[in-house]
Design a protein around this ligand. Structure first.
Ligand SMILES: Cc1cc2nc3c(=O)[nH]c(=O)nc-3n(C[C@H](O)[C@H](O)[C@H](O)COP(=O)(O)OP(=O)(O)OC[C@H]3O[C@@H](n4cnc5c(N)ncnc54)[C@H](O)[C@@H]3O)c2cc1C
Length: 383
């Protein structure tokens, strides 16, 4: 019997195949997995990963599938989701922990092009409030935990209102909400490494950047994390949450979020554009409004979103993304970096997005963000 069949047998009736397509991803695009499994506890999550590895079966972790494009051919091996979603409010942070916390901020772009999604007016500094430690398993659903914690008078996640996904996915991609990154309130992350050992990584070891963490290369799997949040102003946080979610509700849901990262400041200056917004570029500089392949279309609500307007395939979606990518290269000499993760594709299909050029653009962005953090700290300096 093949290893994949042995694994299927060991996982029993709960091992499915088609759920990747039917349950996950707002896009509703993708093919089946060889095996699909939902772990109910973190212990089971670890057990299943180790079992698959012992049979040399590749493991792909899926959160809520809100940031991925899954190939029409599906995903070979095991696709595993952690449904463990416990939230534990721990003690108040000690003085040492408070001081070790990273609380940088970065400035948002100018209003042009991104006006609908402007956030600056809602921003405020929470760093004077007492901090509280909260442990979350990687399967915790982000919109749910924001509400749960606000009810318990814990603040600090309000900036991420309206962002779908799990805590695992949020850390993997270091999500950004308005002028904030989730890493600002992370203390440590517990992972399962490639050798099957569980270990704790502190914030300084996470390789945090814009849309980036070390997990994108390390192959480590996020089990749970401890956040350093605030017992802050609940009414204010509630207002930010509602208002920000309202502004973000303009973004289409039948997509896996923004197709591309915004330009670096260096690219913006070189091109003489008023904004780094890729939505602005797609609409006004590439004139691609309304472009579609089959049912995959550039959204008119937000041009950096590619949506499924019916029965789009992953191939259709990828063709639209590539049209934007190559038009930007050809017309503007700009290399765009995709924001979504491509699962189940081979290098031939998506190799251009893994080029050396994309990596060096990431480096530029990292430097720019570090600089912006430094400057914006002045904006929030304590009275
Ligand atoms: C309408 C809309 C709006 C959005 N707005 C924003 C926004 O404002 N800011 C922003 O940053 N993002 C945004 N996103 C993108 C997306 O919601 C986030 O990146 C989200 O955190 C992804 O979480 P997920 O659980 O769905 O991850 P998935 O899409 O399931 O997975 C994403 C990647 O994370 C990996 N992964 C997931 N869990 C784990 C784990 N436990 N261990 C290791 N790897 C793991 C997966 O393998 C995959 O490579 C938006 C998306 C949509 C559809």
């Amino acid at each position: 019997m093949r290893d994949i069949d042995i694994l299927k047998q060991k996982l029993g009736k709960r091992a499915g195949v088609n759920e990747v397509l039917s349950k996950y991803c707002f896009l509703r695009i993708g093919g089946p997995a060889d095996i699909y499994f939902e772990a109910r506890t973190t212990k089971e999550f670890i057990k299943v990963i180790l079992l698959a590895r012992s049979h040399n079966i590749p493991v792909t972790i899926l959160g809520e599938g809100s940031n991925v494009l899954i190939s029409d051919a599906g995903i070979r091996g095991l696709v595993l989701t952690n449904k463990a979603n416990e939230i534990e409010i721990l003690d108040k942070a000690t003085k040492k922990e408070r001081n070790s916390a990273v609380t940088p901020r970065w400035e948002s772009d100018s209003k042009v092009g991104t006006f609908k999604y402007e956030f600056k007016d809602l921003d405020y500094d929470e760093s004077n409030y007492p901090r509280v430690k909260v442990k979350m398993e990687s399967g915790v659903i982000l919109p749910q935990v924001i509400d749960f914690l606000l009810k318990k008078k814990v603040t600090g996640l309000q900036w991420y209102a309206g962002i779908p996904g799990t805590i695992g996915g949020a850390i993997f991609n270091n999500i950004h909400g308005g002028t904030h990154f989730i890493s600002e309130v992370l203390e440590y992350v517990r992972v399962l490494d490639k050798r099957g050992k569980s270990k704790k990584l502190s914030i300084n070891d996470l390789g945090i950047d814009y849309d980036k963490s070390r997990f994108q290369e390390s192959g480590e799997i996020i089990l749970d994390a401890v956040f350093l949040l605030y017992t802050g102003d609940v009414n204010k946080a509630m207002y930010v949450k509602k208002e920000w979610a309202k502004r973000k509700s303009l973004q289409p849901r039948n997509s896996p979020g923004c197709a591309f990262q915004n330009l670096t400041q260096k690219q913006k200056t070189k091109l003489g554009f008023p904004t780094t917004s890729v939505g602005f570029i797609i609409e006004h500089k590439l004139n691609l409004s309304g472009f579609r392949v089959g049912d995959a279309a550039i959204s008119k609500k937000h041009h950096n979103f590619v949506v499924n307007e019916g029965k789009a395939t992953a191939a259709d979606y990828l063709t639209v993304v590539k049209e934007i990518y190559y038009k930007a290269k050809e017309k503007l000499g700009v290399t765009l970096v995709p924001e979504i993760f491509f699962l189940g594709f081979n290098n031939k299909e998506v190799g251009e997005f893994r080029s050396q050029e994309s990596l060096s653009l990431r480096k530029t962005r990292k430097l720019e963000i570090k600089k912006a953090y430094k400057n914006s700290k002045k904006l929030f300096s304590k009275p």
